[in-house]
Write a protein that binds this ligand. Structure first.
Ligand SMILES: [Ca+2]
Ligand SMILES: [Ca+2]
Length: 376
């Protein structure tokens, strides 16, 4: 199977089309050789991770990539209608994981007073690899509260504060994707924002305390091909966020109600979230402050269910590709200061490495050392 290079999101209309064409023509020529070695890869076994009172869902389709893990945390439902909804959303996630061959661990779907769900969650996080190049997804489904000082996710038993979760996640060097779909989840975004992480919240502040519907739309958008805006055969986390945010807005519009939730995404570690309506297609056209990088690039590199070509890549190789794309994005932001010739001089070796990466058959050591999330 041949993997085709994609035009990095970092490119925009200001880049010389002719120059980009030349580099990608070279990449295309390199790719004329079938990647026979990739076709011969065998699937990794999907490891199981038995933890008390946690559902461990094995997969029907084992992944070729190193294993990513999704931890679903279902909070206290309150009323019966929410129990039905939260379980539906969790089922959507579970099905998506199964389809993708991704390990899915769930907390809060079974009743057990001891240990508390909070303790289970903390122990489960501690037991996860802190350095695996594969992403660790943390998905909170439930209700939240905010008392003007601290946002909390409401668990059975003791609640979980944004500050506590931030402390638990501090030792992790691996890519983290943290999605809090609860009401009043906004303060989780600045608390958890860091380089190498994608943070999504259902609300833009702690004051949006009504039941949030965004989580339901996101759970169904994750593997929905309709959300695939750039038509590369896979729905990125950014694309799912955009679709779910727009569906959420549409719900309130159709109901004739004032929207009580405004989802945000942060993936550049600047503690500032970007809403969906600041994107045109998959490109951000506005940023919270006129400095630094835009949100969206990293989230567009993350796919719960990659297309068949990307499923052949190891996580280390994907991480290198993603890091090169991030470097291009950072370089592009310096284009004016650098001047055109210096900009293209610096761009060329990066694009050459990207082309070589696409051309090189997958071997255990071909991708080189893993990139640290913070360096991407
Ligand atoms: Ca896509
Ligand atoms: Ca941001």
């Amino acid at each position: 199977m041949t993997i085709r290079p994609r035009l990095p999101l970092a490119f925009e209309s200001g880049d010389s089309p002719g120059w980009i064409f030349r580099v990608f023509l070279l990449a295309a020529l390199l790719l004329a050789v079938p990647l026979a070695a990739i076709a011969g890869q065998t699937a990794d076994a999907n490891p199981t991770h038995p933890v008390a009172a946690i559902t461990n869902q094995t997969t029907a389709t084992a992944p070729l990539n190193d294993a990513a893990t999704v931890i679903l945390v279902a909070g206290v439902e309150g009323e019966a209608e929410y129990q039905v909804l939260f379980r539906q959303w969790a089922a959507h996630w579970s099905n998506a994981c199964q389809q993708a061959g991704v390990r899915c661990l769930a907390i809060g779907l079974t009743h057990h007073p001891n240990p508390t769900d909070k303790a289970l969650f903390q122990n489960l996080l501690q037991s996860q690899s802190h350095t695996n190049p594969a992403p660790l997804w943390i998905v909170l489904i439930g209700h939240g509260t905010f008392d003007d000082r601290e946002a909390k996710f409401n668990l059975r038993g003791p609640d979980l504060t944004a500050t506590e979760l931030a402390a638990w996640l501090k030792p992790f060097q691996r890519p983290l994707i943290i999605i809090n779909t609860a009401s009043a989840s906004g303060p989780f975004l600045p608390a958890l924002s860091a380089p190498g992480r994608v943070v999504i919240t259902a609300t833009r502040s702690g004051h949006e305390q009504s039941f949030a519907r965004f989580g339901g739309y996101l759970a169904t958008a994750l593997v929905n091909p309709v959300a695939d805006l750039d038509k590369d055969g896979q729905t990125s986390l950014l694309e799912a966020f955009l679709m779910a945010s727009r569906a959420t807005g549409e719900f309130y519009k159709v109901e004739g109600r004032l929207a009580s939730e405004h989802p945000l995404l942060d993936d550049n570690g600047d503690r500032l979230g970007t809403p969906a309506d600041w994107f045109r297609g998959i490109r951000p056209v506005q940023q919270p402050e006129q400095k630094g990088t835009l949100d969206g690039l990293r989230a567009h590199q993350v796919h719960l269910l990659p297309n068949p070509a990307e499923r052949q890549w190891s996580q280390r190789k994907l991480a290198r590709r993603d890091a090169l794309e991030q470097t291009i994005a950072a370089l592009r932001e310096q284009k004016k200061q650098l001047g055109e010739s210096e900009y293209y001089a610096r761009l060329e070796p990066i694009l050459m490495e990207l082309a070589t990466l696409y051309e090189t058959p997958e071997t255990p050591d071909s991708a080189g050392p893993s990139t640290k999330p913070g360096s991407e």
